[in-house]
Design a protein. Structure first.
Ligand SMILES: NC(=O)c1ccc[n+]([C@@H]2O[C@H](COP(=O)([O-])OP(=O)(O)OC[C@H]3O[C@@H](n4cnc5c(N)ncnc54)[C@H](O)[C@@H]3O)[C@@H](O)[C@H]2O)c1
Length: 401
């Protein structure tokens, strides 16, 4: 069977690498540079090894392309493109629309279309299906299903095989065929009664994380204000064997999912006259953490950071990945520069970011640890400045959240 996967980023390339064990996979991406690299067997995603990609490219099990015609005879097409927010913080479905255009204009047979991109309930039924039909010159009765992606890049214990996968089709046949497709590489498939349930569940999973992270970020501020250590409180609370789940404080939430997906849910809520109080508040608390941290550091330095040489350790949004989307480091740097500090950053996994390059891990007056990759030596961090402020809970510094 030939499978087309639209979007070859974190989600799409991961799915390609599992699907290629069983099917011929066409990885379609609009970015020609990515396509060129993938066809040379070079992966740009943590968790997909270049050696494995090279093997699939060599055997013909995987081919990347930017040519719409190459998906024409696929039997299954998976959509895995970005779903960000617009500048006005509204759902931006333009990437999905363009994926639908590629499918509509090129597919010449009836196929199973599965959406893995995260979006609000109703996207499959009310947006994807009509969009593909709009762009198609033939009247083809495609099957449509959803299976929201749960991949956590950089994680080794859970992968496509052992992470339970939700799925549901717009018709019983779509549901059955979706199950058959994923059962080739996923051991735990969970059918739900409608695509809308799966879409809403995905949004709620990330909203749950966003709200709990905000709560623990408030706890960090409360703990500091009364002279207690937040990590000690969390370790103590974690001894309760039921009804408690530990989240860790941080400089804020980053990535393509947690700062974005809950807003999709909030907008649906507000559109239907339902409250989204927690979501809106959690977003604010998490965004404000960067300013809170910088204010703590300013207070420790007599109210003045002007001309201070400040080093940020880790600008990726989480450990061991190069992903800087929505990273909290950006806001921390913004506030520090507003105070007149000279800011540089060290992150060899990211390397280059916004026209700046990873600086050496030494010689600063103030170091702030925003993200701690496993490969960065704690001793070196502590030696990089006389004042080291840790926001990660991973460094034994006198100054921390
Ligand atoms: N990254 C994660 O950890 C994660 C986890 C679960 C769900 N998701 C969701 O999965 C979706 C994809 O996220 P991602 O992290 O893989 O994004 P990504 O930015 O890593 O990759 C998206 C890829 O799609 C390509 N693309 C964009 N528009 C295209 C188009 N019209 N046609 C073909 N290719 C196109 C881009 O060039 C890019 O390579 C999003 O909805 C996201 O919310 C992401």
């Amino acid at each position: 069977m030939k499978v087309g996967i639209i979007g070859q980023g974190y989600v799409g390339l991961t799915i390609s690498s599992f699907a290629a064990q069983h099917f011929e996979v066409i990885g379609f991406d609009s970015n020609e540079k990515i396509v060129e690299q993938l066809n040379l067997g070079v992966s740009h995603i943590e968790g997909v090894k270049s050696s494995i990609l090279k093997k699939f490219v060599g055997s013909g099990q995987f081919k990347a392309t930017s040519r719409g015609k190459d998906i024409e005879d696929c039997e299954v097409i998976v959509i895995a493109v970005p779903t960000p927010l617009t500048a006005d913080r509204l759902p931006d479905l333009s990437f999905i629309e363009s994926a639908c255009k590629t499918i509509g204009e090129n597919v010449s047979r009836e196929v199973l279309v599965i959406n893995e991109s995260t979006s609000y309930p109703g996207t499959l039924r009310k947006f994807i299906k009509p969009a593909i039909e709009k762009y198609s010159s033939q009247s083809l009765e495609h099957l449509y299903a959803i299976s929201p992606e749960r991949v956590d890049p950089g994680r080794n214990d859970f992968n496509q095989n052992n992470t339970p996968r939700l799925y549901s089709g717009l018709s019983p046949e779509a549901t059955t065929r979706t199950r058959a497709f994923y059962s080739t590489f996923c051991d735990n498939l969970v059918e739900v009664s409608s695509p809308e349930v799966a879409e809403a569940a995905k949004l709620f999973e990330n909203t749950f994380r966003q709200v709990n992270i905000a709560l623990v970020n408030e706890l960090a501020q409360i703990a500091h204000s009364i002279g207690l250590n937040v990590y000690e409180i969390l370790d103590a609370a974690s001894t309760k064997p039921y009804g408690f789940m530990k989240f860790s404080p941080s400089a804020g939430v980053g990535g393509h999912c947690i700062p974005v997906d809950p807003t999709y849910l909030a907008l649906v809520a507000e559109e239907h006259g339902a409250p989204a109080t927690f979501i809106r508040l959690a977003n604010k608390v998490n965004l404000d953490m960067s300013e809170y941290i910088v204010n703590r550091i300013v207070a420790d330095h007599g109210g003045n950071l002007s001309g201070k040489d400040v080093l940020i350790v880790g600008v990726a949004y989480k450990p061991n990945v190069a992903d800087v989307r929505e990273t909290a480091a950006q806001l921390v740097i913004h506030h520090l520069r507003n105070y007149g500090a000279n800011v540089r950053w060290h992150d060899e996994i990211v390397g280059e970011w916004r026209g700046e390059y990873s600086a050496s891990l030494s010689g600063a007056e103030i170091t702030i640890v925003v993200t701690k990759h496993d490969s960065v030596d704690e001793k070196k961090i502590l030696e990089s400045a006389p004042y080291v402020f840790d926001t990660t809970g991973k460094i034994s510094s006198k100054f921390s959240l």
